[in-house]
Design a protein around this ligand. Structure first.
Ligand code: ATP
Length: 256
């Protein structure tokens, strides 16, 4: 399998008056599931949008397999993304949706059946998307992201609206994807959603990485995960206003 490491370095992005991202630095490695965790408004979505070429950074770099998204020779074969569930037309069947994206990406038509099987939605292929539950929509988004057989998966808050069985299914799926050499970067603002399914953790607060490293190193801090999370973040909706006490870049396994 081709591998693609994700490397974000010194990323900054101002949106209007807001410094949405001020200094985000981390690595998501192949073969590992990396959780990207921070309170609401911390800058997770902005970081992921820059990584996926949907927004420009003011400074810093966000690379997948050593290149910016716009410079990837095979973007859909390098990274698949699940950013929201709004992409599919309700009157379309899942098969129609996947076929359209398959053609758009220039993939072999056989990929439609293959990704449906991978995401457990073969029996739903001929149903209209409008009647899908949140869990089925989530699977369809994932199936769409997998059409190009990507080396990396980027998922923004994928557990939103999933029931416990759906969360367990997703966690298992991502673990298997990583076990085959895939890179997984998954964002959430809920620590408990991530703590069972990830190898590495990146904490972000008010547009900065405040900690990054293996989950084991984070839990070895002695405090509970929740206490550590609250200690390293504001724990409440992030203020977009820069604080006076700036912290240096986070480095692996230590607090910034
Ligand atoms: N289009 C926009 N216009 C104005 N402000 C924005 C815009 N997009 C993001 N922001 C601001 O940038 C900051 C970071 O937002 P972002 O959506 O990246 O955070 P997040 O960590 O993904 O939050 P959440 O967990 O709530 O999705 C917030 O203060 C947000 O209000």
């Amino acid at each position: 399998m081709i591998t693609a490491q994700i490397e974000v370095s010194g990323l900054a992005k101002r949106i209007g008056d807001v410094e949405a991202v001020r200094d985000v630095t981390f690595v998501a490695a192949p073969g590992r599931v990396t959780g990207f965790l921070g309170p609401n408004g911390a800058g997770k979505s902005t970081t992921l949008r820059i990584l996926l070429g949907l927004a420009r950074s003011d400074s810093g770099t966000a690379l997948i397999g050593g290149r910016r998204y716009a410079e990837l020779p095979d973007p859909t074969g390098t990274v698949g993304a699940v950013l929201d569930l709004a992409g599919a037309h309700p009157a379309m069947t899942a098969r129609g949706h996947l076929r359209a994206y398959c053609a758009l990406g220039g993939h072999d038509a056989g990929r439609v059946e293959a990704v449906a099987e991978l995401t457990g939605m073969s029996e739903y292929l001929d149903r209209r998307v409008g009647g899908f539950s949140t869990g089925m929509r989530q699977r369809l988004s994932l199936a769409t992201a997998l059409l190009g057989d990507p080396a990396a998966l980027v998922l923004d808050e994928p557990s939103n609206g999933l029931d416990p069985a759906g969360i367990v299914w997703l966690r298992t799926f991502l673990r298997e994807f990583a076990a085959k050499g895939g890179t997984v970067l998954i964002s959430s603002h809920v620590l408990t959603e991530l703590q069972h399914g990830i190898d590495d953790l990146v904490l972000i607060d008010r547009g900065r990485t405040t900690w990054s490293g293996p989950l084991d190193a984070f839990t070895a801090r002695g405090t509970s995960l929740e206490e550590a999370f609250l200690e390293l973040t504001s724990g409440v909706e992030s203020s977009p206003v820069p604080t006076a006490t700036a912290t240096p870049n986070a480095t692996e396994g230590i607090r910034a």
